[in-house]
Ligand binder design. Structure first.
Ligand SMILES: O=C(O)CCC(=O)C(=O)O
Length: 294
């Protein structure tokens, strides 16, 4: 359980370091499973073998369809979506009671479901940037824009190896992707931490300034963020890898809109229907406030 103070901090800032959650043995098991998938690579899975939904270099091929024209860029960010479908240790992680209880507290919902997971792996020295963005506008297949993410690193993530940076209070500013999309070429510190000078904060929002803060997270800790919080992570110029998984959770309010996303082909409900019926690619992890056993 999170404390009341932690929950209040999340409501104010739109993100929170939830502290240590995994023991060394769990971290080692998950890291081993991740490394096995990374070693296989995007083309290493046989037809019919359990495999992730997507495995690609996010810098070479972005969500919005823009590409560098190469399979692999010079500054890759390896994105692996739904590694849980290929690795049992990651399937168990989706159901971790500490995460589920925390997401239930932070969203105020007793029924929760996985939207999808995604590993982002920034290799040492050459690891690329994940540009400034908000999650929910990149997920047009589902509404409302209220999911919450649990982010778990397998290396200590800090300013040197490309930890996430966030803007406190930005989750209350609505969809600001048109502004954030103007920052796609901002990839390295210190420029990455100096955005927002030309942004007009919406009237009436509690946070009045674009204040950019680093979010270091150690191995075994979990970090939470709201799906409208401004965030991104700069390049990794260090000699250490930066491996991490984000698990994106929906509440029972989520409905299918019919709009496009890499997970859209797996959705088994009609437009306007609740995602709770969307099928086996979207595991239900909490019912009536109780974590579902893995
Ligand atoms: O892993 C990262 O650096 C970015 C992850 C992210 O954008 C997210 O969890 O929404």
């Amino acid at each position: 359980m999170l404390s009341d103070a932690q929950a209040a901090q999340f409501q104010r800032d739109g993100f929170l370091n939830g502290g240590r959650m995994l023991g060394d043995a769990d971290v080692a098991e998950l890291t081993g499973a991740l490394d096995a998938v990374i070693a296989k690579g995007p083309n290493g899975f046989a037809a019919g073998e359990p495999q992730p939904v997507l495995f690609r270099d996010l810098v070479a091929k972005r969500y919005d369809g823009t590409t560098t024209g190469r399979e692999v860029s010079h500054t890759p960010v390896w994105q692996i979506v739904n590694i849980w479908e290929a690795a049992p240790a990651f399937r168990r992680l989706l159901f971790h009671p500490f995460i589920i209880e925390a997401i239930s507290q932070l969203t105020g919902f007793g029924d929760l479901q996985v939207w999808h997971d995604q590993v982002q792996y920034k290799p040492p020295q050459t690891g690329g940037a994940t540009g400034w963005h908000q999650d929910a506008p990149l997920w047009p297949s589902i509404e409302p824009m209220t999911p919450v993410t649990a982010w778990i690193p397998f290396d200590d993530a800090d300013e040197a190896n490309g930890c996430m940076w966030m803007v406190p209070g930005s989750h209350a500013w609505g969809n600001q992707m048109p502004y954030l999309a103007t920052l796609t070429e901002v990839k390295q510190l210190p420029a990455f931490s100096r955005i927002g000078g030309d942004f007009q904060v919406p009237a009436g929002a509690p946070a009045r300034d674009v204040r950019v803060v680093p979010c270091p997270v150690r191995r075994g800790e979990v970090h939470f963020h709201h799906s409208l919080t401004w965030h991104g992570s700069p390049e990794n110029h260090s000699s250490r890898p930066r491996r991490a998984i984000a698990i994106h959770y929906m509440t029972s309010a989520a409905r299918y809109t019919g709009r496009q996303h890499p997970m859209q082909p797996f959705i088994q409900v009609g437009v306007g229907e609740a995602m709770l019926g969307a099928g086996p690619h979207f595991p239900i992890v909490c019912r009536a406030g109780r974590p579902v056993p893995a």
